[in-house]
Design a protein around this ligand. Sequence first.
Ligand SMILES: [Zn+2]
Length: 284
Amino acid sequence: MRIFDPHIHMTSRTTDDYERMAAAGVRAVVEPAFWLGQPRTSPASFADYFDSLIGWEPFRAGQFGVRHHATVALNPKEANDPRCRPVLDLLPRYLEKDTVVAVGEIGYDSMTPQEDEAFAAQLALAVAHDLPALVHTPHRDKARGVERSLAVVAESGIDPGRVVLDHLNEVTVKLVRDTGCWLGFSIYPDTKMSPPRMVELLRAYGPERVLVNSAADWGRSDPLLTRATGEAMLLAGFTDDDVDRVLWRNPVEFYGQSGRLDLTDLDAASAGTFAGNSILRGGD
Ligand SMILES: [Zn+2]
């Protein structure tokens, strides 16, 4: 089983995770820029974070044979902090980088006017830079958040086929499936979407435009739930080809729209150093 996790925050994960993921068949990941839990107080913190998403983290992933791409954005939560707003001016520079394959995560957290503004401005950046967009849907008041997100997406003029609405569930999938946008599902260990529930959704709606991710981060989460979903699909009678479509070809198609997805030479785990440092203690 080859797996592409289209939404995972590897910065928050350990090398043990990379080892387990590689052993489970995860060969490529996209890491969206997100909220780190601790509020950032200046745009410079974001610049360092974005640099690590296109520098250190792909290097670290490469040590385990995992290909790493990123998305960059001012996340919905910190869009509310006036100290972070100037991050919007930093984005154009990062949206030109080779391994940046979308604008994201953007969207709503609490649905404030500040979030409205940052969301619309960043969809405009996606259009201007000819990139797809990854839209986080809020965990509270989800249906209203999705409806409002779809309205902002429609207003932006971006091709819906270049937008994924993520963290959907049985209720919100109904709002998105006829819009032409992609359907993102985050599989969590004990809340929200689980592998069996995901299988039921695939039965009901089919595999077209569906992205399945672990969204693993600094909270309770599990980077192997993509694999568990593939196994649950097989047990439920889906074919190997269905699993390959959902867990590999769909994310390749979605992020491939950036023109920047590089999946060549996937079998070679890289070695060497990054800015003079390896992941080994003691320097070699
Ligand atoms: Zn996320």
